[in-house]
Design a protein around this ligand. Structure first.
Ligand code: AMP
Length: 447
């Protein structure tokens, strides 16, 4: 999972792209990078860490130019290393081209092996470089043509931003797994993973880039073309479950509203469950808990204080500090917890390690009972399309029954939301078709 942002035709390109990336920070904290187009010269800066750690005023001042594309990385494929920080910039017979990618290509290894056999030398271990190598070997009349010819060779999930002198291109895979939206700010066009980034940058959201669509912006004009036959949208439902910011709109619905409704549906499904208070694991669980509270008439209370300032320095502390990190991030509010039966909502349960720690923390703080309620179904199958759910063996719901998981996490009860309720709250009509393979184990394409 990653975040991408692009802007064209403004003297403030780098600054606005910084704002866009800063707004998308929740989508990845590993690395950040920007490339600007300064009259045909691509300027590049990327580094490990948060957006405000990678860029300062001096760095931004050096990123001159009227267009920019940027990326923040949450590693899924490729190791955590500066050489995998994007955008990647490559020189080839296509000229200099930068690429920023959100998603995961399921045939990257096979394509890469074939390209390497032909002599290709890869700069990074991420799968995103493959499209440029393919394109350099099979050029068309211009970059747009070349990409239109080569993008259909990719399988899996992608939202891409490309930059070449005088040109910015956005492309979305034929299923529309990963998000990409188009916006406008004055005469500038914006492309972003989420609508919140376009709005915070001061722009207006125009529409989503369609599945299999490529949009190109050159000389202030936008062109659209299809590089693949339009298929039905199959957006990743994990955007609504966990990834997207609540002030974004996904599949035509406010994420905040969808999560509130999911919370209410969870309450309806758990009608017979009695408790003193309902709460959420911050931040993502909070909205679900508010929806649950309204529907069930069980009062909402905050049971954990989240410290938002645990930047990169606290993500990998030395061994001695490691045990503090959970408490540093989430501190229990004892007075609220003591003697209570608590329904605690989290968006998802993946390995079970978070729930186990959180339940233990509530019990240590004197909770009478902890009822864990998950705002999504059990994750039984890995994601091959860019969400960092681990391999099958690490998914607790793939190995254990609900009762066994309950015992492992130490809760008094454990409940999951049904898939029908989740899908119903996330979209309607033609926007009701989602990728839910992590919950069903059924994939659209053979892998
Ligand atoms: P786990 O401890 O493995 O069960 O992870 C579940 C917790 O991680 C939940 O609190 C989620 O909010 C969060 N989460 C779910 N999916 C992801 C993801 N792909 N990356 C990071 N955190 C996640």
């Amino acid at each position: 999972m990653c975040g991408i942002f692009g802007i064209t035709g403004t003297k403030d390109a780098a600054k606005l792209a910084y704002v866009g990336l800063f707004t998308l920070q929740h989508r990845g904290q590993e690395s950040a990078g920007l490339v600007t187009d300064d009259g045909g010269t691509l300027r590049h800066h990327a580094g490990m860490g948060l957006v405000n750690e990678v860029f300062d005023n001096a760095v931004l001042a050096g990123l001159t130019g009227r267009s920019a594309i940027g990326h923040i990385r949450y590693s899924t494929t490729g190791s955590s290393h500066i050489k995998n920080a994007q955008p990647l910039v490559l020189n080839s017979c296509l000229g200099v081209v930068a690429v920023a990618h959100n998603g995961n290509l399921t045939n990257a290894d096979a394509l890469k092996a074939k390209l390497q056999k032909d002599g290709a030398i890869f700069q990074s271990s991420s799968d995103s470089e493959v499209i440029l190598h393919l394109s350099a070997r099979c050029p068309g009349r211009g970059l747009e043509d070349t990409l239109a010819k080569n993008l259909p060779k990719l399988a899996g999930a992608y939202a891409f931003l490309f930059m070449a002198p005088g040109l910015v291109i956005g492309a979305r895979d034929p299923h529309g797994y990963r998000p990409l939206v188009l916006g406008r700010l004055g005469k500038s066009y914006l492309l972003a993973s989420e609508t919140c980034a376009i709005e915070v940058a001061g722009g207006k959201v125009l529409r989503e880039v369609e599945p299999g669509e490529m949009v190109s912006i050159a000389g202030g004009k936008l062109r659209s073309r299809r590089f693949a036959k339009a298929k039905e949208f199959t957006r990743c439902i994990f955007e609504q479950v966990y990834f997207a910011r609540p002030d974004s709109v996904v599949a035509g619905r406010s994420v905040q509203t969808a999560r509130y409704e999911i919370g209410a549906l969870l309450a309806r499904e758990l009608k017979s469950v009695k408790a003193d208070i309902v709460s959420g694991v911050p931040d993502s669980g909070t909205v679900y808990a508010l929806g649950y509270s309204e529907e069930s008439w069980i009062p909402y209370q905050t049971v954990f204080m989240r410290n938002h300032y645990t930047g990169r320095s606290f993500i990998q502390p030395d061994q001695g500090l490691r045990e503090f990190t959970a408490r540093l991030k989430l501190a229990p509010i004892r007075d609220v917890i003591k003697g209570k039966t608590i329904i605690l909502i989290d968006d998802s349960l993946v390995r079970g390690t978070t729930s186990r720690k959180i339940v233990a923390s509530l019990k240590r703080s004197g909770a009478k009972k902890v009822i864990m309620a998950i705002a999504s179904p059990a994750i039984i199958s890995p994601c091959y399309f860019g969400i960092d759910t681990p391999n099958r063996k690490e998914l607790i719901a793939n190995k254990l029954s609900v009762e066994q998981i309950r015992r492992y996490i130490g809760a008094d009860e454990l409940h999951y939301l049904s898939l029908g309720s989740l899908v119903g709250a996330c979209g309607s009509g033609k926007d009701r078709n989602f990728c839910v393979s992590c919950f069903t184990g059924k994939y659209l394409e053979a892998l």
